[in-house]
Design a protein around this ligand. Structure first.
Ligand code: OGA
Ligand code: CA
Ligand code: FE2
Length: 483
């Protein structure tokens, strides 16, 4: 507003003469300065009104677009077409529906199967999180668990990786460099909470350390020589990766000390899959109101089993997106090789396949927090990411109930109908199962935040399946001739 204000003042400076002719005091209401102030306020007010009108106009335009997108039969198949759509065209035609949360506790009706209405309750706004009781029938829950057993579940995380030493070598940082990165307040000493960050980094790859573990390791390695609970650079050097690793191996790592203690398998949901699995996929498409092609091209259904004592510490299902990061699902379609790769899971739909006797809630430690700040997740020896200990301190917990589905967005909107930044509030984990077994399934919907890459990927897949169809036709023709 600075520029128009200046102009106004200058414009007003010239016709000040009339006041001179009027019999009025400098301090009275018709003084020149009073007039100038009033006029400035008046102009600022007008400019504000104009800006507000522009804002309202622009926003309602977007909402209209959203609403028309929500209408049935507008499932956008455009990215499947051969011709690469230009950026603006792509954005105009394919826009992702985002379900509105309205407010926590808001209930909306959703139609997922003909002749039945489900209720969807908003559990949090940050992340945008919903709960749908009875999403899966008892039969569907049973079939999914049975199919998973038939296929066989594998450990979600291996105990101690063989590649550990390689990983350590690959990490091209000197102890000084690591020390400097960890010393957040730059006081030349590492406080316990600073070292603790190390436990969530690749250096500790997969092993979860509590503050007590860390103290034990300090003590075992005699790293904190002067025993003041702080590590100097000299002391930190002794805590070299090798020593750390050897100490852990020697002491032994229990399953409960891993980031994740569960078993899982994957179930294909495409053509030819068990009808229950295809039905679930259809319901997910209707629930999320996304173009079916996006659901079709997503990861298979992941089925997870936690035995008693199982857990999954708080994590993000998707990685943050930086320009140099590619999504795993579109990687093949990306024509440049990018140094980093991450899962791009726009939505997580989590199904509870059974009701758990004790524990096993899904915790969202920072849901609807006023602010998000990584450092305050670990304070006074309380690590909010630790779902074996601190689930009771999570802002939100969902109790596993057979057939219930919860779903949330792992990314924000970019405001133009596509995927935006990662939603940090989507942090979640599985609390320790205290009694019984817990079965869940995850349906992740993969979308590349880079819409060009997503579109390109979809074109490639469409092209390939067409080629396959051609090949089938060709075989069929040949066979007919043989007959
Ligand atoms: C997951 C997950 C939560 C739970 O599998 O990614 O976060 O409650 N699960 O099991
Ligand atoms: Ca410090
Ligand atoms: Fe998860």
């Amino acid at each position: 507003l600075a520029t128009p204000l200046h102009t106004t003042e200058r414009d007003l400076a010239a016709p000040a003469a009339p006041c001179d002719r009027l019999p009025c005091h400098k301090s009275s209401v018709c003084s020149r300065s009073y007039f100038v102030v009033v006029m400035v306020f008046f102009h600022v007010y007008i400019i504000n009104v104009i800006l507000l009108l522009f804002y309202v106009h622009y926003n309602s335009g977007q909402e209209d677009a959203n609403r028309s997108r929500d209408a049935p039969s507008s499932n956008h198949q455009r990215p499947e077409s051969r011709r690469p759509p230009s950026k603006p065209e792509f954005l105009r035609d394919v826009s992702l529906t985002r379900i509105e949360g309205i407010r926590v506790g808001h209930v909306q009706k959703v139609s997922l199967v003909p002749g039945k209405v489900h209720e969807m309750r908003t559990l949090s706004m940050k992340p945008l999180l919903f709960e749908i009781p009875g999403f899966l029938s008892d039969d569907e829950c049973r079939v999914v668990m049975q199919l998973a057993q038939l296929k066989g579940l594998i450990e979600s995380q291996l105990m101690v990786q063989d590649g550990q030493e390689e990983l350590a070598k690959e990490l091209n940082l000197s102890p000084e460099e690591i020390f400097n990165l960890l010393d957040i307040n730059q006081d030349g000493q590492l406080q316990l909470h600073e070292v603790y960050i190390l436990t969530h980094s690749r250096v500790r790859d997969g092993i979860w350390l509590t503050p007590e573990n860390l103290r034990e390791i300090y003590a075992g390695l005699k790293a904190d020589k002067d025993g003041n609970g702080l590590l100097s650079l000299e002391e930190f050097r002794l805590l070299s990766n090798d020593a750390f690793q050897r100490f852990l191996l020697q002491r032994g790592v229990k399953r409960s000390q891993l980031v994740r203690n569960s078993r899982h398998t994957w179930l294909y949901q495409g053509k030819g899959a068990h009808q229950a699995l295809q039905d679930i996929k259809t319901k997910v498409t209707r629930l999320t109101r996304l173009p079916p092609v996006l659901v079709d091209l997503s990861e298979p259904l992941q089925v997870v089993r936690y035995d008693e004592g199982g857990h999954y510490h708080a994590h993000h299902d998707s990685g943050p997106v930086y320009p140099e990061t590619a999504c795993t699902h579109t990687r093949l379609a990306a024509n440049t090789s990018t140094p980093f790769e991450t899962s791009c899971r726009y939505i997580t739909v989590l199904f509870y396949l059974n009701s758990v006797e004790g524990g096993g809630e899904t915790a969202f430690p920072v849901a609807d927090n006023r602010t998000y700040d990584e450092v305050s997740l670990i304070q006074n020896d309380v690590d909010l990411l630790d779902t074996r200990r601190n689930c009771d301190k999570s802002n939100l917990r969902v109790k596993p109930t057979k057939g219930t589905a919860v779903f949330w967005y792992n990314y924000l909107s970019d405001g133009r109908g596509w995927v935006g930044e990662q939603d940090e509030y989507a942090l979640h984990g599985g609390c320790v199962v205290t009694h019984g077994t817990k079965w869940v399934a995850n349906k992740w919907i993969n979308i590349d935040p880079d819409y060009q890459r997503q579109a390109h990927y979809q074109q490639l897949v469409a092209q390939q399946s067409e080629d396959e169809d051609d090949a089938l036709d060709f075989n069929y023709q040949n066979q007919k001739q043989d007959w």
